[in-house]
Structures are given as C-alpha cells and as structure tokens.
Design a protein around this ligand. Structure first.
Ligand code: FAD
Ligand code: NAI
Length: 471
C-alpha cells in the first residue's frame, strides 16, 4: 500500500460486513483496500461465531441421536465413542476452508487485503499497524467502518476462556466439563448449552427474564422450546439474575437472585459461560481522532444511507444499529456500496429472519403477536403442528409447529414463527412471502410437494384464513 494512492474505498474490518462490501465494491470496479487484524478473513461469524458453532451443533446432534434415537428406528449400534479432538478438527476444517475461500474471493475481485490494525489518522487517512510488524497507511475517498462486536463481559468475573468462557471458549473446550452454568438464555446461551449438554455436560441456564430465546422470539414458541430443551436434560432458572461470581475456588461460584422474591442461591459449576449479549467494538480504531460519536450503547451513529456525521465515512454491521446477525451485515454491505457507487440502496429491516440452531430449530421473521399487541394492530393467527405432517411422521420427528400471523382484513402475512425440524431452511419461504407482500391465501394456493415438511407451512397458511386439511 502506498500513502499517496487514494483508494475509492477503504474498509476497516474483514468480517461479513467488511468482506462482502469489499467483494461488491470490487465487482463495481472500485479500487478497494480491506484491513483486517485477526489474521484471517470472515470476522466473528466465520472464525468464532456462526460457522464453528453450527459445525459443533450439527455433529453433537448426530452423536446425541446415535446414542438416544436409533432403537425405535430399528437401528442397533455398538459402542459409540466421542473423539473430541476430531470433533473439534472437523469444526476447524470448516472454518479454515471458508476463511481461505473468502481470501480467494477478495483476490479474484481485485481487493487489496492488508493484515493489520487500522486506526484513523484523519478523515481520509488510516494508519495500519501490520500484524507482521511495521506500519503502513492508506487513504480512502470513502471509508467503511465494519469493526463488528465483542462479547459483553460480566462485571467482576474475569473471562479466561477456560473456566469462565464466552462463546469463543465454548467452541474450543479441550475436555467435556461435568457441569456448566450459562448466564443468559439467549441464542448463544442456548446453542452452546445444546452442544455441551448433548456431549454429556449437566447444563443449567440462568435467565434474567421470564422467557428464554433472547429478544424477538415469540412467547408461545419460546415456551415450547424450553419444554423440549428441558426434556433433553437442560435445567432452567428463569426470572433469575446472576448478581456476582467468584472463580477463586475449584468450582466457579455464582450468586443468583430470583427476581420475584425467591431466596438467593449459590450455583457451583466447572465452567461458566457468559452469554449476556454482545456490544459494538471500536477499540483501537481511533475514532476520537476524527471526532466521531458513539451512542449510549457504544454504537457508531449513522443515517439511513449508513453515513456517519462525516459523510464519506460510512458504517455497517454489528458495530452500528440493528440486529447483530451475519445476514443483516451482508445486506447492509451490499446496500452501502450501492449508495456509494449509485446513490441508492435498500435493506428491508422488516424482513430479517432469525434462526436458533438448537434441536429442533427455532426460526422467525416479521412481527410477533406481542409486537402487534403493543402497536394495537389487529391480527389473526393460524398454526399447524408437525405431528400432523406426514414427512415429520415418517422421520419420527414430530415436535413443533408453524405459526402464522396475518392481517384479519386483507389477509396479508405479518409474521411467521416456526419451531421444528428444518425451521431454519423453511423460514426462507416466510421471508420471501413477506418480501412480496403475500397473503396467507397466496401461500395456501401455492402447490407444495408431498411429502415434505414444507406442507406444514402451507397448512399453517390455510389455518390462518380458513381451515387446514390435515388437522
Ligand atoms: P465481525 O464479524 O465481528 O467482523 C469485524 C472484524 O473487524 C473482526 O474480524 C475484527 O478483527 C476486525 N476489526 C475490528 N477492528 C479492527 C481494526 N481497527 N482494524 C482491523 N480490523 C479490525 N449470526 C447469524 O446470522 N447466524 C448465526 O448462526 C450466528 N451465530 C453466531 C454464533 C456466535 C457464537 C456468535 C458470537 C455470533 C454469531 N452470529 C450469528 C453473529 C455474527 O457473527 C455477526 O452478526 C457477524 O459476524 C457481524 O459481522 P461484522 O462484519 O459486522 O462483524
Ligand atoms: P442475547 O441478547 O440474545 O441474549 C442474552 C440474554 O441474557 C437475554 O435473554 C438477557 O435477558 C440475559 N441476561 C442478561 N444479563 C443477565 C444476567 N445478569 N443474568 C441472567 N441473564 C441475563 O445475547 P447472546 O445470546 O449473547 O447473543 C448475542 C447476539 O449474537 C445475538 O443477539 C445474535 O444477534 C447473535 N447470535 C446469533 C445467532 C444466530 O443467529 N443463530 C447465534 C449466536 C449469536
């Protein structure tokens, strides 16, 4: 990199937001530099988030199923052993394959990739402390902040990623703990609790609110999810707040307080997973050097075109507003490049699906009943249980349901909430329907192949405006 060549776009952060923007800008013929300090591309998602967690979820589910769910299928297995080293290697291989793939894509699209930490010198110049030592600097006509997020720490309980861990430690434990307490029953908490519980750890989830699943999960679905996870062996303490922690002894101690007048309690476990949310990350970025402001939650403030108060410096992904999801970051990355290049771009924040990859999966898109009640918007609900779906029956996998919410006057679909096998794939149909402004009758009149789980989606649509056939 040369200090004298001004790039069309300099991107700080090579996570999903940063690398997707880099590829898109390259495709648009822009001269692009992407600065990433991790040593590999793909950010939290590819390195320590979405990808490794899904590898562990998939393979731990398979293991658990082989142990507990083969007899009734007429399959008799002999001795089953877990090789944790190979189990982790399968995850590492998925990660390295994908991160290298991203590096190849940047090259293919003519993006300059610098491994180092970027810091603002002024509104156009970024100084980079190179990972291999030394320093360089780049100038950009446009600059994109895509520095992502980090786990929110629990006050007074130092993270060592061995006994007191975040999700980063939870995807890399070297042995199976006997006991684990999870602080926070949100998505990270429940996905990681699922992995270790399936491998044999006794897991207790402590959640401050009266409902698991974190923000946005439909209350009825959250309750059903909790019941199924409990059946798998997880313990839950809801309406319970962790007040303090102490890891000086052999076991990690947590003092918890029941929110509704219960008595305080001490929980001891081998490992404590802190999963109380994530916070925007701007450390080392030198935003103070350009007088940039953050809001009270540490997010970079932007307008509807992703511009900070310095218009040629824009920002997308976890470090700014909105749900901290990889596909949201990806949509924004494409849109921000379109704004820079063409002056227009678009993300529909009303149609961003959420998926929790537990077993069964939980997925939703659009509005919840609670959202609509709060806004005093009338709605109609239709549900269809997987126990009445032929494919779920043949699969011996009938827990869960599809729930649809529609406008009672126009029948326009307002929200879809699914708990069940393959909910994460099925929700794409809900997103498409919402994006196109479909009515539940439109969905019901669309021919769905038989026998598929997707027929439950169609029948829930039937149930929303009329009657399902099979229930
Ligand atoms: P990040 O991915 O955090 O990337 C930011 C990058 O910027 C980082 O690599 C960082 O090293 C780099 N950086 C920061 N500062 C600098 C600097 N000054 N100079 C150079 N580089 C810098 N989302 C989903 O949609 N689906 C999932 O299944 C899912 N699973 C998850 C599981 C876990 C355990 C976790 C923790 C998260 C998960 N997420 C999931 C969320 C997802 O990972 C994030 O929403 C996504 O990574 C956000 O992308 P980003 O590019 O904004 O930020
Ligand atoms: P979260 O916000 O989803 O859940 C945190 C939970 O912790 C909340 O339910 C909250 O009430 C609870 N909590 C907070 N303080 C507490 C305390 N002192 N005691 C007990 N409970 C407490 O955050 P989480 O699970 O850490 O995940 C962060 C983000 O990462 C998610 O919001 C999501 O955006 C992303 N993510 C997405 C995944 C996916 O899409 N499948 C998977 C994993 C993460």
């Amino acid at each position: 990199a040369s200090a004298y060549e001004e790039k069309d776009l300099v991107i700080i952060g090579g996570g999903v937001a940063g690398y997707v923007a880099a590829i898109k800008a390259g495709q648009e013929g822009m001269k692009v530099t992407c600065i990433e300090k991790r040593g590999t591309l793909g950010g939290t998602c590819l390195n320590v988030g979405c990808i490794p967690s899904k590898s562990l979820l998939n393979n731990s589910h398979l293991y658990h199923q082989i142990l507990h769910d083969t007899k009734k299928r007429g399959i008799e297995v002999g001795e089953v052993n877990l090789n944790l080293t190979q189990f982790m290697k399968a995850k590492d291989d998925a990660v390295s394959g994908l991160t290298k793939g991203v590096e190849f894509l940047l090259k293919k699209n003519g993006v300059e990739y610098i491994k180092g930490t970027g810091t603002f010198v002024d509104e156009h110049e970024i100084k980079v402390a190179l990972n291999d030592g030394g320093e360089t600097s780049v100038r950009g006509k446009n600059i994109l902040i895509a520095t992502g997020s980090e786990a929110t720490p629990f006050p007074g309980l130092e993270i060592d990623e061995k006994r007191v861990i975040t999700s980063t430690g939870a995807i890399a434990l070297e042995e199976i703990p006997k006991t684990m307490t999870v602080i926070g029953g949100g998505i990270i908490g429940l996905e990681m609790a699922s992995v270790w519980s399936r491998l044999g750890t006794k897991v207790t989830v402590v959640e401050f609110l009266g409902q698991i699943g974190g923000p946005g999960m439909d209350a009825e679905i959250a309750k059903a999810t909790q019941k199924l996870l409990k059946k798998q062996g997880m313990d839950f303490k809801l309406n319970t707040k962790v007040v303090s922690g102490d890891k000086s002894g052999e076991l990690v101690k947590l003092e918890v307080d029941a929110a509704k007048g219960g008595k305080p309690e001490t929980i001891e476990s081998d490992v404590v997973l802190v999963a109380i949310g994530r916070r925007p990350y701007t450390g080392g970025l030198g935003i103070e050097n350009i007088g940039m402001e953050l809001d009270d939650r540490g997010r970079v403030i932007i307008d509807s075109e992703y511009r900070t108060k310095i218009p040629h410096i824009r920002c997308v992904g976890d470090v700014t507003f909105g749900p901290m999801l990889a596909h949201k970051a990806e949509e924004e990355a494409v849109a921000v490049v379109e704004f820079i290049k063409k002056g227009y771009g678009h993300v529909n924040y009303g149609v961003i699906p959420s998926v929790m990859y537990t077993y069964p999966e939980v997925a939703w898109v659009g509005q919840t009943e609670q959202d609509l009640k709060d806004q005093k918007i009338p709605f109609r609900v239709g549900t269809f249980p997987f126990s009445a779906n032929s494919r779920a029956k043949t699969n011996l996998d009938t827990d869960g349901m599809v729930k649809m919410i529609a406008d009672p006057e126009t029948d326009r679909l307002l929200g879809v909430h699914i708990i069940g096998p393959n909910a994460g794939e099925m929700i794409a149909e809900g997103a498409l329907a919402l994006e196109y402004g479909a009515s539940t009758e439109d969905i019901a009149r669309t021919c769905h192949a038989h026998p598929t789980l997707a027929e439950a989606f169609k029948e829930a649509a039937m149930a929303t405006h009329s009657k399902a056939i099979h229930f």
